[in-house]
Design a protein around this ligand. Structure first.
Ligand SMILES: *Cc1c(COP(=O)(O)O)cnc(C)c1O
Length: 382
């Protein structure tokens, strides 16, 4: 089988309808029916909508969304359904499985926000990942984010898959922080995988998108039908940006992961000499046995640092030249975020860092000078 980069560039060649090297952007929302009347069949006689490979109305599907789904399915080993955002993908997951109980750990605050909507409207019961799983029954969901936002720490997928399956529940894994080639949650028992494609798959901080990935064609078809009704298919223009983005996914992510790990290594080895630095969180610093199996090609390009005070965290981003102070992650440009600005539960001294594709020596040097400059400024505030 072809490798990741080959598949991300050529994985949809067979469905591109023209000879253009770059698939055209299809902005049409609607498509002409067959001009041969003898081929027209009433939808009532068909037994359902044919959503894929049957362009009709772009809320069902359109050429660019299918090209993405085809290419990404080849590097993730499952059927891919694309959505307008990572959160609309999670909403679709919850709508499809409709659990009575959701076991959910730490992680992206918006995912928790959706779980809270289900609790508000339908009485969904939420428990933590370390609570008693005997509260879960057949068809319930265990939702694991790994590596977890914002720290970039890796959790043991197999452990939670086994615990979920013992109860007849499903394991969903949000693997946004470790896209291919970094992790393959299916290998460790995940039933469904979620990605915010806004992050690494897009890779250029210029589009919103999400994926659900399933091994079951039946679930894929059900998700497509729900997506048609929820109106959450990825948009046409965003799809074409994403087609461009995924072509370099493997190159970008390997470099970003390598640079992040080198920077984390330097910071952790020199922690006591770096002014203001208290703690660094990243999968590369974990020693658990499962880490090597689960992250064979490197760790997440995202890590977090804790600094000595709220003011230190607030001022440090302003001292950096090569890191934009912004939320989000996964793009070619490095970002840092004083996490308390966007995450109500974040520790006030926590900064999340997403390493881009710049030269890591420049990034490291920039970070080191920023720690020193921040120390001077914060001292002068007191
Ligand atoms: C960003 C993010 C999401 C939400 O994705 P959107 O595309 O912003 O809707 C979900 N999970 C994780 C881990 C994320 O980082």
């Amino acid at each position: 089988m072809a490798g990741n980069s080959t598949n991300l560039i050529h994985g949809a060649d067979h469905i591109v309808r023209v000879k253009d090297v770059v698939p055209p952007i299809n902005i049409s929302t609607t498509y002409r029916y067959d001009s041969d009347p003898s081929k027209l069949i009433k939808v009532a006689d068909k037994g359902g909508y044919e959503i894929l490979n049957n362009y009709w109305y772009s809320r069902l599907s359109h050429p660019n969304s299918e090209q993405i789904e085809q290419a990404v399915s080849k590097v993730t080993g499952g059927y891919v359904v694309a959505y307008s955002s990572g959160l609309s993908a999670f909403y679709a997951l919850m709508t499809h499985y409709n659990p009575k109980v959701l076991a959910i750990g730490e992680g992206y605050h918006g995912i928790h926000g959706i779980a809270d909507i289900f609790t508000r409207n339908q009485g969904l019961k939420q428990i933590k990942l370390d609570e008693d799983f005997s509260q879960l029954n057949k068809g319930d969901i265990v939702h694991l984010e790994t590596p977890v936002n914002p720290e970039g720490i890796t959790f043991d997928i197999k452990y939670y898959a086994d615990k979920a399956h013992e109860r007849g529940a499903y394991l969903s894994v949000d693997a946004t922080f470790a896209p291919p080639p970094l992790s393959d949650p299916f290998k460790f028992g995940a039933d469904i995988i979620l990605h915010s494609a806004t992050k690494f798959f897009g890779g250029h901080s210029d589009l919103l998108a999400g994926f659900l990935i399933t091994k079951s064609q039946e679930i894929r078809d059900a998700l497509l039908y729900d997506r048609l009704l929820l109106g959450t298919n990825i948009a046409n223009l965003e799809s074409s940006l994403l087609i461009r983005g995924i072509r370099t996914l493997d190159l970008r992510v390997r470099k970003q992961s390598d640079s992040a790990t080198k920077i984390v290594d330097y910071l952790s080895k020199n922690k006591s000499k770096i002014p203001g630095l208290v703690e660094i969180y990243h999968g590369s610093l974990q020693t658990d046995a499962y880490i090597k199996d689960q992250m064979p090609n490197g760790h997440s390009p995202v890590f977090s640092i804790k600094v000595e005070s709220e003011n230190f965290a607030k001022y440090l981003p302003s001292k950096l030249q090569y890191f934009y102070h912004a939320t989000s992650l996964g793009g070619v440009e490095s970002l840092i975020e004083w996490r308390a600005l966007s995450d109500p539960k974040a520790h006030p001294g926590l900064l999340r860092v997403s390493i881009g594709v710049e030269d890591y020596e420049d990034l490291l040097e920039d970070l080191l000078q920023a720690f020193s400059a921040t120390q001077l400024e914060v001292a002068s505030l007191n």
